[in-house]
Design a binder for this molecule. Structure first.
Ligand SMILES: [Zn+2]
Length: 169
């Protein structure tokens, strides 16, 4: 096997170190400009659609993401206080680490967590389902703004086809 000369080996070492720090530098720069925290449900059916939506908003690889079953409802339901704490602690972390200005809360239709916590009746028709999500989204938005008045909160509802309705607040 051919031995690399010392100077050549040194050059490769320096080059790869430079490459590594460039990569770290890029990632750091990207993290520092992150403006949003996304809260979405854990539902496996909508992972791609959620990613696609964020890309469409120009936020690909530019947002923090916390996943809690039921999204808005998971963050505030008295049934799972541990989930609530997890949300608030991650919100604090996103503010400290990345100075986020926006929280995007993405609920979705046919949500198993909503059924688990509120019962299947909440989705007996499309309007009732949307109204139920709007109530929980609005409640979470109020609670966020009580703690962090400067944060913008978006309230979103995704269909199983990945179409997103913005809920007016
Ligand atoms: Zn869900």
């Amino acid at each position: 096997m051919k031995q690399l000369s010392t100077s050549r080996r040194k050059f490769i070492q320096i080059a790869s170190l430079a490459g590594a720090s460039l990569l770290i530098g890029e990632r750091w720069a990207q993290a520092a400009t992150t403006d949003a925290l996304l809260l979405s449900c854990m539902d496996y059916r909508l992972i791609d659609e959620t990613e696609r939506y964020m890309t469409g908003r120009g936020l690909r690889n530019k947002y923090d993401h916390i996943v809690i079953a039921g999204a808005a409802l998971g963050a505030i339901t008295p049934k799972y206080p541990g989930w609530n704490n997890t949300f608030w602690e991650h919100l604090d972390a996103a503010i400290s680490l990345h100075q986020i200005h926006t929280v995007m809360v993405m609920d979705h239709r046919d949500c198993g967590a909503y059924k688990l916590i509120l019962g299947a009746e909440h989705a007996k028709d499309l309007k009732t389902e949307k109204d139920t999500h709007a109530v929980q989204l609005q409640e979470l938005k109020s609670q966020i703004n009580k703690k962090q008045p400067k944060l913008k909160v978006e309230m979103l509802l995704m269909s199983l086809e990945g179409k997103v309705d913005v809920i007016a607040g």
